[in-house]
Design a protein around this ligand. Structure first.
Ligand code: HSE
Length: 312
């Protein structure tokens, strides 16, 4: 038996929503799991990219055995029902660029889990899958929208349980993703974050996150423009993303641009705009990055309302 699952890309944080906000985007990975018939063949993981050579090089550094995150997730699911995964062939057809802050690893974890769950006769419900995916990923902000689609607020509570709620993202707000041609691994982007932050900064983010949720719920562009500020992760990550500061600065005084933030742990930048010239966004970002010899792929996308789905 063979099951394929199509999973959207995600962008996490959206400025002040560090580790708790995420949006699904219409770029997809398809994860296929097949129980192979030959005993003793163990796990086989194949990665296929539609992207450029640079991604093939990155693929070479990704474990394709029991150390892979997709295998870890699948193993946790099997173990949760008292079983061990046997011979599995896992294929990842990838469109989501890797190590760019667009949830490629979350998509693989989610796709692997949903496919394996189907193979096992669906013993785990959505909550259980979300819980395993969060355990593997470390935070729920990418996996929650990858599973549910849309704009999702999520939290891993102190008892380990996952809370998540889908909110309506205003249709008229454009999302432009600017994907540079260099990678930034999440573990490196997290290693520069401090263990403790000043109370002032914690309060700053709490206020701006509340503003962001209110702005989205009431479609208030003016409030959104004030809300997209962060002191918990972006300032620390600036040194890892050449051009980030200049790009954010360039959009500060553009009417119609609601904000510019790091997508997840970066290095992709996300520009949120309202009735604004999308070509101008592209040329601003391109000019800054190309002056630093950084190539960039820029796409304006609609929020993907549908989460991961099993392909029949
Ligand atoms: N919230 C996470 C971070 C997303 O910013 O590190 C990356 O997976």
């Amino acid at each position: 038996m063979k099951v394929s699952v199509k999973v959207p890309a995600t962008t996490a944080n959206i400025g002040p929503g560090f580790d708790c906000l995420g949006l699904a985007l219409p770029i997809y990975n398809t994860i296929t799991i097949e129980e192979t018939v030959l005993p003793g063949t163990g796990v086989e993981i194949n990665l296929m990219s539609e992207d450029e050579v640079v991604d093939e090089m990155i693929f070479d550094n990704i474990p394709r055995d029991e150390n892979s995150i997709v295998y870890k997730a699948v193993e946790m699911l099997y173990n949760s029902i008292g079983q061990e995964p046997s011979e599995l062939r896992i294929n990842v057809q990838s469109q989501i660029p890797i190590t760019r802050g667009l949830g490629s690893s979350a998509s693989v974890v989610v796709g692997g889990l949903i496919a394996a769950n189907k193979l096992l006769g669906s013993p785990a419900d959505e909550t259980a899958l979300l819980s395993i995916a969060t355990e593997v990923e470390g935070h729920p902000d990418n996996v929650a929208p990858a599973i549910l689609g849309g704009f999702v607020l999520s939290s891993q509570e102190e008892d380990g349980s996952i809370i998540c709620r889908k909110l309506d993202w205003p249709e008229e707000w454009d999302i432009t993703v600017c994907i540079p041609d260099f990678e930034l691994a999440t573990n490196i982007a997290r290693s520069v974050l401090p263990k403790d932050v000043p109370m002032e900064d914690a309060v700053f983010n709490a206020k701006h996150l509340a503003m962001l949720i209110t702005a989205v719920s009431t479609k208030d562009e003016k409030l959104m423009k004030l809300a997209l500020k962060d002191r918990l992760h972006q300032p620390y990550r600036e040194k890892l993303v050449p051009g980030m500061k200049e790009i954010m600065e360039a959009f500060k005084h553009e009417d119609g641009v609601l904000g510019c933030v790091l997508s997840g742990a970066g290095p992709t930048m996300l520009v949120i705009s309202y009735k604004y010239d999308l070509d101008k966004i592209k040329s601003i970002v391109r000019d800054i990055w190309e002056a630093q010899n950084i190539k960039v792929d820029i796409k304006t996308l609609k929020v993907e309302q549908e989460g991961a789905k099993i392909l029949e």
